[in-house]
Design a protein around this ligand. Structure first.
Ligand code: FES
Ligand code: FES
Length: 198
């Protein structure tokens, strides 16, 4: 019996790929992807913001992940809806913070409270996946994240610089390596087991 069944709900296997790893969640398929990532996989870089209590899809966008290359609020997607999708969290965007957006965030001093940063980086990365040379208007439209400290002017510069770096028109110094590897961060995976081989 899973935790949800103990409380009157139901569980089922939800299969997807998270950060290049096939996974199965034995959880209520109605559970928001956000909570499966954070609580079952310990991928806590994806944040649950306040708003109407977190997970309400109407707050900051700190829970953004890439779903098949598109930035979506993971609080607004159920495990059932994520079935079969390719999910990339901030931990999987790069293993060493070498993604151009991560590098440009550091170079432009655009990391403020930090809570909102992962979602902002994911939104910017998604934009560059579909538009290698975004205009200022493109950037303003593509990053819906709310930042109360007012980092928006720097975000414009971040995305412009990241686009140049991605196009190899510019190089910037590498940001320092993370203090913990994604593998170490995800060691405790009580609800997760590897998908059986095809
Ligand atoms: S948790 Fe706030 S938008 Fe998803
Ligand atoms: S980065 Fe969090 S409020 Fe601005």
């Amino acid at each position: 019996m899973c935790l949800q069944q103990a409380h009157g709900g139901g569980c089922a296997m939800s299969r997807m790929t998270v950060n290049d790893r096939p996974v199965e969640f034995d959880l209520d398929p109605r559970m928001p992807l956000l909570y499966a990532l954070r609580e079952a996989m310990n991928l806590t870089g994806t944040k649950a913001c306040g708003g109407t209590g977190g997970g309400g899809a109407d707050c900051s966008g700190a829970c953004m992940v890439l779903v098949d290359g598109v930035a979506l609020r993971s609080c607004a997607i159920t495990l059932a809806e994520a079935e079969g999708r390719l999910i990339t969290t901030i931990e999987g965007l790069s293993r060493d913070r070498s993604h151009p957006v991560q590098q440009a965030m550091v170079a432009q001093g655009a990391i403020q409270c930090g809570y909102c940063t992962p979602g902002i980086v994911i939104s910017a990365a998604a934009l560059l996946l579909r538009n290698s040379a975004p205009t200022r208007a493109d950037i303003e439209t593509a990053i819906p994240n709310i930042c109360r400290c007012g980092v928006y002017p720097r975000l414009i510069k971040v995305v412009e610089q990241a686009a140049r770096v991605a196009q190899r028109q510019e190089r910037i110094s590498a940001a320092p390596a993370p203090g913990i590897s994604p593998a170490d961060a995800a060691k405790a995976v009580p609800a997760l087991r590897a998908a059986p081989p095809e």
